[in-house]
Design a protein around this ligand. Structure first.
Ligand code: SAM
Ligand code: SF4
Length: 335
């Protein structure tokens, strides 16, 4: 039987949507202070898409023009059977997909790095907010720094390119950021600095440690010569080259700078909800469609309905004592 033909996805502002982020689980072995509460309750299993449903949905998106797919979570590598999904998607590289990537906290990376490389993954984002074991433990509430460092070494050893994601927090890891940059660049890794975003109630006032990157950038200028560069990934980061290290340093500033005009992405949560924008509540329930017995053409049509509603941009605001602008946690939507 001939595979169904799909329309590629372009939103009402003429932006081609070719980048999909999929959160494969809301569960995680860490409880990072900016992301979750200490006693986070996770979703009942039947609310999550099965791995088969995730695979099917990803395949429909790939047929509709998604060229780059990022698996995230929660922690993607804690989902049982995850490597099966990675291998299935890896087989689409070169026949639909240009790139398959993961965002991970690195805790399970030592176990999976070689297999990820074999499946066709070439690059990973690894989140690392501190190089001091105790501080790392405080931020993640239960993470073991040494395991993440081992995971990073295993991934580099398997030939994977790594970008470290660092959430910049005032009075927490602020002072350490120059060291993290030197550490990463010393091993050929890029670094991206991220501002805290007001997503999900985390039981703390995030504005206490909100550090605008414009301010951090001024401090970093005392340590490094930051040269403008044209380098762009398909993500929202803007990069500079650090003259002293020769490495790349990216800034993601959703709060202080609007990066929406070139947005090419949509997200699917672990429950199969399609969000057209990280900063809006508008969504499409794809799980219901998948479970209704609809064929792939029908699933594609429902996706198109969502893409047509992709908003022009987000409207995040972070203010003292304010409720999170977006109620869902990043671990459900996928960072
Ligand atoms: N568990 C994986 C990890 O930590 O890399 C993948 C999921 S995590 C939600 C993805 C990224 O989102 C991480 O780099 C994390 O630091 C970031 N993140 C989570 N909550 C955030 C928030 N409220 N503001 C900014 N970044 C956040
Ligand atoms: Fe887990 Fe990633 Fe959230 Fe940290 S940021 S709690 S590692 S999902």
């Amino acid at each position: 039987m001939e595979a169904p033909k799909f329309e590629s996805m372009t939103d009402s502002f003429g932006r081609a949507v070719n980048y999909l982020r999929v959160s494969v689980t809301d569960r995680c072995d860490f409880r990072c202070t900016y992301c979750m509460t200490e006693n986070m309750s996770f979703l009942p299993r039947d609310e999550l898409l099965t791995l088969q449903e995730l695979e099917r949905l990803c395949m429909v998106f790939i047929s509709k023009g998604v060229r780059k797919l990022r698996l995230t979570g929660g922690e993607p590598l804690v989902r049982k059977g995850m490597m099966h999904l990675v291998r299935a998607l890896g087989r689409k590289i070169g026949s639909g997909l240009d790139e398959l990537t993961l965002t991970t906290n690195g805790s399970q990376l030592a176990l999976h790095a070689a297999e990820l490389a074999e499946a066709g993954v070439r690059r990973l984002n690894v989140s690392l907010d501190s190089l001091q074991a105790e501080q790392f433990r405080r931020i993640t509430r239960r993470g073991e720094l040494s395991m993440v460092l081992e995971g990073i070494q295993a991934a580099l050893g398997a030939g994977l390119g790594i970008k470290l994601n660092v959430v910049a927090m005032r009075g927490v890891n602020e002072e350490e950021i120059p060291d993290i940059i030197r550490f990463a660049h010393g091993q050929g890794m890029d670094v991206t600095l991220i501002e805290t975003m007001p997503m999900g109630d985390v039981g703390e006032d995030r504005s206490d440690f909100y550090l605008p990157l414009s301010e951090l950038r001024r401090t970093l200028a005392d340590h490094f010569t930051m040269l403008p560069m044209d380098y762009r990934t398909s993500g929202p980061a803007r990069y500079v080259e650090v003259a002293e290290t020769g490495g790349r340093l990216g800034f993601i500033t959703p709060m202080s700078h609007n990066f929406c005009e070139s947005c090419n992405r949509v997200r699917v949560t672990c429950t199969g909800t399609l969000y057209m924008c990280l900063g809006h509540e508008d969504a499409v329930d794809l799980r219901a469609v998948l479970r209704s017995g609809a064929d792939d053409v029908e699933v594609g049509r429902v996706i198109d309905g969502g893409i047509a509603r992709k908003p022009r941009g987000h409207d995040f605001v972070i203010g003292r004592g304010e409720k999170p602008a977006i109620r869902r946690h990043m671990s459900v939507t996928g960072g």
